[in-house]
Design a protein around this ligand. Structure first.
Ligand SMILES: Cc1cc2nc3c(=O)[nH]c(=O)nc-3n(C[C@H](O)[C@H](O)[C@H](O)COP(=O)(O)O)c2cc1C
Length: 111
């Protein structure tokens, strides 16, 4: 197992494509952050998704993910996610915050 991880969150599939390419080029492991309650990935329903994202942002929501990911095992983590207008998608925020909050991130290099 390599000591690098590509961690990504994607609804429409774009971040997934990029994450897979990075994993291919670096040889890193790759894991997806999968929400317990999936988002609607139908682009025709964009306005509804925007409403959900806005509500999660306003309430600083931390929605559950399907499985705990073994991020402690890695020295380097590449994180990929879509740009959402209200702010970082709720499911990726805990990972970004952990960077600041958790001691075990000390010494980790972030890309
Ligand atoms: C709720 C929502 C908000 C978005 N806000 C922005 C934005 O502010 N700026 C931007 O360039 N793209 C924005 N987008 C477009 C996404 O960043 C773009 O579709 C991205 O490729 C989606 O990544 P994914 O395919 O991995 O889900 C938004 C998309 C959604 C669903």
């Amino acid at each position: 197992m390599t000591n690098e991880l590509v961690l990504y969150f994607s609804v429409y599939g774009t971040a997934k494509i990029v994450a897979e390419e990075i994993a291919k080029q670096t040889g890193a492991d790759i894991r997806e952050i999968i929400p317990e309650i999936p988002y609607d990935g139908n682009r025709d329903h964009y306005s509804a998704l925007l409403g959900v994202a806005q509500k999660e942002h306003d309430t600083d929501a931390r929605p559950a993910i399907k499985e705990k990911l073994p991020i402690e095992e890695y020295d380097r983590i590449y994180i990929g996610y879509p740009i959402w207008v209200p702010g970082m998608a709720a499911h990726i925020r805990p990972y970004a915050n952990w960077r600041r909050r958790q001691r075990y991130w000390k010494g980790c290099r972030w890309k």
